[in-house]
Design a protein around this ligand. Structure first.
Ligand code: AMP
Length: 280
């Protein structure tokens, strides 16, 4: 496994692999790797000749009051996990290497980037889309792997790749969860013991919502009300709970066909997201 910090160097190494006809699987991450990330890496390993993982805590996707400075990454531990999963190349650039002194370009995905999380994290998805496009141009993978945990992110990336004709296949992998159902996240370490116990309600609320829809409930408002109550009972403060069209992310008036139920909830100071896709 090679740890590479420069764009020039990683391009050089990868072009040599490409010449040998080996496919490249790429997993972009911000480090603090857990089993959710590793599921993407393992999938990339099974399906490609070479696996590249990027570890880059992207400053332009953090808001001014967010946890950029305290983001819990640990490069040594991440390198160990990557080695165990058979990663070939870790690309870990500095902010200066990625953005230089005069970076002026950014990628917006009109509408999609201001819905759900985008309403509460202005500029976040612009930052994500910009860094992902940069990384895809640098690595030029055959397939890039993303998690359904960040459903909105995955939808936005697919749209960017399609709209900008970026020659890469995007594969979205299922959410990996803790035993009690909490979606794995680098930010779960911020939860204290009580918050951690209570946070299992998110998965339960999503499952209850899916069951209501399966049972014939078609009005999102009633389902959302029930979810909000379940979450509030456990001390969670919902930033949003939405039932939306899974492509456009616009709120549904009635549930018929496919729907994405997505939420962002605070337990204490920690903001957690989760989602479920249903087919009524
Ligand atoms: P991050 O390091 O948080 O930017 O995440 C890197 C990638 O891992 C993204 O595509 C995430 O959607 C994915 N990911 C994070 N948590 C999980 C999870 N619990 N299950 C599956 N994928 C995940």
């Amino acid at each position: 496994m090679r740890l590479i910090r420069s764009i020039r160097q990683v391009k050089k190494v990868l072009s040599e692999f490409k010449k040998k006809g080996r496919t490249i699987g790429f997993v972009p991450t911000m480090g603090a790797l857990h089993q959710g990330h590793l599921s993407l890496i393992r999938k990339a390993r099974r399906s490609n000749g070479l696996v590249a993982v990027s570890i880059f805590v992207n400053p332009i996707q953090f808001g001014p009051r967010e946890d950029l400075k305290s983001y819990p990454w640990d490069l040594k531990k991440d390198l160990r996990s990557c080695r165990q999963c058979g990663v070939d190349i870790i690309f870990c650039p500095s902010v200066k290497e990625m953005y230089g002194r005069d970076h002026k370009t950014s990628v917006t995905v009109k509408g999609l980037d201001s819905r759900l999380c985008g309403e509460f994290r202005p500029g976040h998805f612009q930052g994500v889309a910009t860094v992902v496009v940069k990384l895809l141009n640098i690595i030029q993978p055959d397939t890039a792997y993303f998690g359904q945990k960040d459903a909105q992110q995955a939808i936005i990336i697919k749209k960017v790749v399609s709209d900008l004709n970026i020659p890469v296949r995007i594969e979205v992998m299922p959410i990996v969860r803790e035993k009690d159902g909490l979606a794995m996240s680098s930010r779960n370490v911020y939860l204290n013991a009580r918050e951690r116990n209570n946070s299992a309600i998110l998965r339960q609320a999503l499952k209850a919502a899916a069951a209501m829809a399966r049972g014939g409930a078609i009005k999102p408002a009633g389902i959302i009300k029930k979810m909000r109550k379940m979450i509030l009972n456990k001390g969670g403060r919902a930033e949003y709970i939405s039932i939306v069209d899974p492509q456009e992310l616009t709120p549904l008036k009635n549930i018929s066909g496919k729907a994405l139920i997505a939420l962002a909830v605070y337990f204490g100071k920690t903001r957690l997201i989760d989602n479920i896709t249903i087919e009524a």
